[in-house]
Ligand binder design. Structure first.
Ligand code: 45D
Length: 319
């Protein structure tokens, strides 16, 4: 029987614990736009301290410079309006431009805007702002998350801002490498319980930013499903995604289980920790990978999931 994406998506579903992240974002989505911006500001002033200077230096702002300069020239009231439009996903020229940015450029844009707010060059959260009870509730929900989950909430809310035209003219920034490594990534990964060469080769290639090598381990119709996203199908699309979003990651898988299916395909689940270049060693994200390998040992599917709790890292013991 040929492998199907739908079956692949459901492998090991009985081992998954629902993540608290979508529920937290759902609470956030219910806030009005000023409360959303204030909430993110409070959350960011806590977590933003762990952003590494190396990442900021490396994050190229060339794509965002135009709108940052425009914003600097505006009155405080207009600056606040720009931020509201971004959070509201309103159809404005700036909000459209933002919508075309890559994920890392979106993050770098807000990072820079935050710095300008601290320096008083861009309107801050209004000085007399009173936290609503809704904001307090969402902040409390965020405080209960581990730090890897907290930066994911920040990441996902920022990435969701801006106006996305249905037919986006593909202004795909070509000059992405945003991050160069300051520290070498882990090499020659060993995972307790796992010997599959495609899987181990995948980790080594990703840690070296050698995405072509990683892609060769996939079947031509293979897919990769990032956390909280739909699967990306086919080597070309996966490659494009990896070059934009998987640069500079430190991938530290720890242990895994695997099951051989009657047709000779294998399912492999591995838990471990991933560091993003934005936060370096300051934040570890607890992650699992669910691989479906075809009988030839090639990667037909891999899902990357955020674990619900650090405890889940330990639940996987080789049988
Ligand atoms: O004033 O194996 C606010 C894949 C508004 C690839 C703001 C992967 C108010 C395959 C917005 C607050 C990539 C899937 C200001 C593995 C305001 C693979 C500013 C996984 C100023 C393992 C906010 C990778 C700012 C993973 C500046 C899981 C916020 C990567 C900045 C995850 C937030 C990476 C930042 C994450 C967040 C990075 C920089 C979650 C970065 C998060």
């Amino acid at each position: 029987m040929p492998l199907t994406l739908e079956t692949a998506q459901n492998i090991f579903s009985n081992t998954q614990v629902p993540s608290p992240i979508p529920a937290t974002i759902a609470l956030f989505d219910q806030l009005n736009v000023d409360d959303q911006l204030a909430l993110l500001w409070y959350a960011y002033t806590e977590m933003g301290r762990s952003i590494t200077p190396a990442a900021v230096g490396a994050a190229r702002l060339q794509f965002a410079e135009g709108i940052l300069n425009q914003i600097k020239q505006m009155s405080n009231a207009d600056q606040t309006q720009v931020m509201r439009d971004l959070a509201n996903r309103a159809d404005t020229p700036i909000s459209r431009t933002y919508g075309f940015f890559s994920v890392n450029t979106k993050l770098a844009f807000w990072y820079e805007l935050g710095e300008l707010m601290k320096q008083g060059l861009v309107a801050p959260i209004p000085p007399g702002y009173q936290m609503s009870s809704g904001v307090k509730a969402v902040l409390e929900a965020i405080q209960k998350l581990d730090s890897g989950q907290q930066i994911t909430v920040l990441h996902n809310t920022v990435v969701d801002m801006g106006f996305e035209a249905d037919a986006a003219p593909s202004i795909t920034p070509t000059a992405e490498p945003l991050f160069t490594r300051t520290e070498p990534a882990p090499t020659q990964i060993k995972v307790e319980g796992i010997t599959e060469t495609a899987v181990l080769g995948y980790f080594d290639a990703m840690n070296a930013d050698e995405f072509e090598t990683a892609l060769d381990l996939f079947t031509p119709d293979g897919s990769l499903q990032p956390p909280f996203q739909r699967p990306i199908i086919g080597r070309e699309a996966i490659g494009k995604y990896m070059r934009a979003e998987a640069q500079g990651l430190n991938i530290m898988p720890q242990q895994g289980i695997r099951e051989v299916l009657p047709d000779g395909s294998k399912q492999v689940k591995i838990t471990g920790v991933v560091q993003t270049p934005w936060f370096g060693v300051n934040v570890g994200m607890n992650i699992s990978w669910r691989f479906l390998l075809n009988p030839q040992g090639e990667i037909f599917f891999v899902a990357i999931d955020m674990l619900a709790s650090p405890q889940e890292l330990l639940n996987l013991r080789p049988r």
